[in-house]
Ligand binder design. Structure first.
Ligand code: COA
Ligand code: AMP
Length: 629
């Protein structure tokens, strides 16, 4: 199948195209309405279809001969544990945990917050929630109690599922105190907390808490609850431009169809093969390609509890590939930069047989050409960069390995995936010609799988994504297309940064920094980092008359961000500046600061209050090493 034929069909006859793709899945009731609009005037896929995502991912495979095939491989170098769950075993555990949740009152539509490390129980909890038609919201373990509290408050879960601890290389991090603090900070209190006790550190349970193992010991399997295709499967919070994260909603039906299609068309996977997304279930990559995509497709997925390096060395990816005969490996470029740093000549690649590996996929941040070239050179494998977002749930642009191998252009995430009509727009919303940089937008309707709303706030959804350009979804990324239609993503056009493949809001960090008693004003910008892609740095203006040593201030700000957001923010530097460039109405020119940091030519707006502040801040940032060389 040629890419162009497939792409044209998806754009010209979207309903026929996606109806055909939906037939690959076992529905309870196959949809007659393929594309329609909901009460909020938002496009929806398969509105009258009925199904259950957990049934499609587990029961169906057990009923159709995959019961003894590994569904999930758990490999945890940090605890020295390995385990394999067949489809039958995973199904059994999920059905039992669904009954534990049901016993706590969880019903269709109720929310379940999951705050867990990378252990099979995290996947079991997600699928069990889906089994009941409930809505899970997984929160990444590196987030601090405050962030967890914000999510608990917004999602108002009936139950929270956690583990006694997480393990970061050699550090054992108790989770239960973080959960207790988050619940005390949140106005909403879950009815129950279920704790999976890990031997590395047991949690002290209160009389109200439920021990996972004890509850499972007496549980009987629960059946699947049939839901509408448009019912929510999960909420995944992601950073926006303010302190309040956006609860991206994923539906059941469109999501299943999109992921099933992507497993073949993008990742070139067949049922029975082993797929490893070296991410975390707390991120969208983990949702789509550790849990749902591989299982919907009847593949074996891998839950890896460790880092690409240091657990125990930079050979982890290659060791895993040999041991589990991994066919496709998916990770963030930062992981390969970390491996390259530790093992520049790739001596550890040679130690292992990686012949099963057919393709390496990268996403989460721009794949810089040096990392691309190093990985191709050292592994001898095709490397595919693909661009996507929490909001879309699957790749918007990719080199679709299952359709056609298109020539690679380093720096480009190749071409729009069938279903995504990607355009580069100028500020008036007019499509720009090839080569010209603008806002990257997707013409509506987007294909199945993409967000239909923000949890509890459709107006925010419309305002954030649909209002800038009528009839388009605005991605928040800027870039261009070349003459061959290849898409080059050049970075965010808003206050979102990507740190080690993790999406963070500088706006949120600014709110925290500005709360320090010595700080009058501040701007947090992402600066280039050779390992993590970007790291945040605070440019801080002190209040008049404040006498504080710069090191002390920096330490206090670092501690505040760590406490409020979590260690994953990687906020380690604050620089005191005499003034910040502003407009005459007093708005800090953040875009200009971003341009300076990126070493782009700066566009000084005519509305600037004091033009001399620009060369001054440029000089300071240069001296402080904050400008990309
Ligand atoms: N729970 C608790 N803490 C966590 C955590 C988790 N799940 N994940 C990260 N952290 C902590 C780390 O321990 C570290 O804390 P420290 O400041 O006390 O040392 C901090 O957050 C920063 O972590 P990280 O950015 O992961 O840095 P690192 O130096 O430990 O590892 C990489 C660097 C590149 C190896 C690692 O970031 C990585 O593997 N990134 C890939 C990310 C990814 O898969 N993204 C998903 C998109 S595909
Ligand atoms: P997240 O929602 O956490 O997946 O982050 C999405 C953002 O990460 C996108 O809007 C981009 O800014 C960035 N991103 C993800 N993948 C790529 C890629 N392949 N190339 C460039 N940027 C990417």
């Amino acid at each position: 199948m040629s890419y162009t034929t497939e792409y044209q069909r998806a754009i010209e006859s979207p309903e026929a195209f996606w109806k055909e793709k939906a037939q690959a899945l076992p529905w309870s009731r196959f949809p007659e309405t393929i594309l329609s609009k909901d009460d909020n005037d938002i496009y929806r896929w398969f509105a009258d279809g009925e199904m259950n995502t957990c049934y499609m991912a587990l029961d169906y495979h057990v009923e159709n001969g995959r019961g003894d095939q590994p569904a999930l491989i758990y490999d945890s170098p940090v605890t020295g544990t390995k385990a394999t769950y067949t489809y039958r075993k995973l199904h059994e555990e999920v059905a039992k945990f669904a009954s534990v949740l049901a016993g706590k009152g969880v019903e269709k539509g109720d929310r379940v917050v999951i705050y867990m490390p990378m252990i099979p129980q995290a996947v079991i909890a997600m699928l069990a929630s889906a089994r009941l038609g409930a809505v899970h919201s997984v929160v990444f373990g590196g987030f601090a109690p405050h962030e967890l509290a914000v999510r608990i408050e917004d999602a108002s879960p009936k139950v929270l599922v956690t583990a006694s601890c997480g393990i970061e290389v050699t550090k054992v991090l108790p989770y239960k105190p973080l959960v207790d603090e988050a619940i005390s900070l949140s106005a909403h209190k879950p009815d129950s907390v279920i704790v999976y006790q890990r031997p590395e550190q047991l949690a002290e349970l209160s009389a109200d808490d439920t021990d996972w193992d004890s509850a499972m010991a007496t549980a009987t399997p629960a059946p699947c609850t049939v839901v509408q295709a448009t019912d929510p499967l999960y909420i995944l919070y992601t950073s926006g431009t303010t302190g309040k994260p956006k609860g991206v909603v994923r539906d059941n039906g469109g999501h299943a169809v999109a992921l099933k299609y992507s497993m073949q068309a993008i990742y070139n996977m067949a049922p029975g093969e082993v797929f490893w997304a070296a991410s975390d279930v707390g991120w969208v990559v983990g949702h789509s390609y550790i849990v749902y995509g591989p299982l919907l497709h009847g593949c074996t997925t891998v839950v890896y509890e460790g880092k690409p390096v240091k657990t125990p060395d930079a050979g982890a990816f290659w060791r895993m590939t040999e041991e589990y005969k991994i066919k496709a490996l998916f990770a963030a470029p930062t992981a390969f930069r970390a491996i390259r740093k530790e093992d520049p000549d790739a001596k550890l690649v040679e130690k292992y047989d990686i012949s099963s590996l057919k393709t390496i996929f990268m996403a989460g941040e721009r794949l810089d050409p040096p990392t691309y070239l190093w990985t191709v050179d050292k592994t001898g494998k095709p490397v595919i960069d693909h661009w996507w977002q929490t909001e879309t749930g699957w790749a918007i642009c990719a080199n679709p390995a299952g359709l056609e191998d298109l020539p690679v252009k380093p720096g480009s995430s190749t071409v729009p995936v069938p279903g995504f009509n990607v355009q580069v727009l100028d500020h008036t919303g007019k499509p720009l010609p090839a080569g010209e940089q603008g806002a990257i937008a997707i013409k509506l309707p987007m294909p199945p799988g993409c967000l239909p709303t923000i949890w509890g706030d459709c107006e925010r959804f419309k305002h954030a994504y649909l209002e800038a350009y009528p009839d388009y979804y605005t991605s928040g990324d800027g870039g261009f297309k070349d003459d061959d239609g290849y898409v080059f993503i050049m970075g965010r056009t808003d206050d979102v940064i990507n740190v080690a493949g993790h999406r963070l809001s500088t706006g949120e960090m600014e709110e925290i920094v500005a709360a320090h008693q010595a700080v009058a004003e501040c701007s947090v910008i992402g600066v280039h980092d050779s390992l993590k892609g970007q790291v945040p740095v605070g440019l801080v203006l002190l209040k008049d008359g404040v006498d504080i040593d710069e090191d002390t201030l920096q330490q206090e700000l670092v501690a505040m961000i760590r406490k409020e957001i979590g260690p994953l923010a990687c906020f380690h530097r604050a620089v005191v500046v005499p003034r910040l460039p502003k407009t005459r109405s007093g708005k800090i020119l953040r875009k200009l600061l971003r341009q300076i940091a990126a070493n782009h030519e700066v566009a000084v707006p005519s509305t600037i209050d004091d033009p001399a502040s620009v060369p001054e801040i440029q000089e300071i940032m240069q001296k402080q090493g904050l400008v990309k060389s």
